[in-house]
Ligand binder design. Sequence first.
Ligand SMILES: [Zn+2]
Length: 464
Amino acid sequence: MSGDTTQEITNTPTPADVTMDTIVSLCKRRGFVFPSAEIYGGFGSTYDYGPLGVELLRNVRNLWWKSMVQLRDDVVGLEASILGPEKVYVASGHVANFSDPLVDCKSCKRRWRLDHLEEGHYEAEYGPTKRNPKGEIICPACGGELSEPRKFNLMFKTRVGVTEDSSSVAYLRPETAQGMFINYANVQTSTSRKLPFGIAQIGKSFRNEITPGNFVFRTREFEQMEMEFFVKPGTDDEWHDYWVKERYNWYLNLGITPDRLRLRPHAKDELSFYSKATSDVEYLFPWGWGELEGIANRTNYDLSQHAEHSGKDLSYFDEENKERIVPFVIEPAAGVTRTALTFLIDAYHEEVVNNEKRVVLRFHKDIAPVKIAVLPLSKKEALSSLSKEIARKLRPRWMTMYDETQAIGKRYRRQDEIGTPYCITVDFDSLEDNAVTIRERDSMTQVRVPIDDLVRVMSEKLDG
Ligand SMILES: [Zn+2]
């Protein structure tokens, strides 16, 4: 078999060595992520997902959904609307409280988040936080004096209705969570659920971030995977611990490097206005530790607020103690795009194989956008028609790519670079022995398999 059977692999850097420039450029070159509206010069911090990015996002969503809903008998799904009336967000506290403290530089007019200045978020770009002799923080860019902090609400406000006077204020949701709270009674009644139970949702949310950045890590339009788990008061601490562990393990089980993953409980002064306790799952990104997911104990804050503001009873009758209670809520809140970025960064490896650089995305097989590439050794009709027939057999089960361009070694490298776990090579012997070669991405080892066994063999490799 031609290609890269005899290997000498050296010099594998750790994921820490990858820079964001490398990731961003790979994403664009191979069709994972494009800057949005690029032909018009781009639209700040918005991104479009290309053919491979779409598959990656779908895998992230599906795996989350499978672990949070399909494999459990205590969580159900929901898809709520993105547009919401003002009343919802007055009740939730977002209209009054969902804001960042902003300061402006009086010299260069740059705008900063005060909390980010205090926490040293701009260090990578501007060095440690600078202060004047009075001890006040000054502009990291020019050293100018900063204004008093002002509150800036992060919600996107819009109007719904045809004419100015008949229209009413609406918001794009800043989190999917409120959809679960305002549907709590609908779901509980229609499914006859007993506590504890959860409602899960995946969908877009919007926040007018002052300082988006780090590629798709912080964007104004983003996609969340949130689950609200309703429990009896008094059992909330226990359930909070449970979900923290559960969610931490989800990343580990999908192959995230353990050394680059950690749990960080929030200090009291950084808790959101609705939260009793929050722990973040953090990942060591190229720019430092960053939040991957927050698991919050939201208490009964949201249900109580919506009960009060809507006038509807959102309490639950606890048959055990014969009393009406307002459930507490544990919320694991993750981001689809942020998770996809994490998998990309963590999978990135460079190594030297036979004196040539090989870039390989070592995705977990369930995360990999394409599972199998079918590669005829040459473009000759006999090989390409057999290869296409093989690809047709595999497609109903797995995302399969067919590629007959360029030399086989180049095609292997292309598949390595997008993280395809298996390449199936069809050569001239295949026409005689009805067998093909399966080449594994990480070890580059090859095995010969009869075509008739291919679906079974691939199922053993990919479905386990
Ligand atoms: Zn300045």
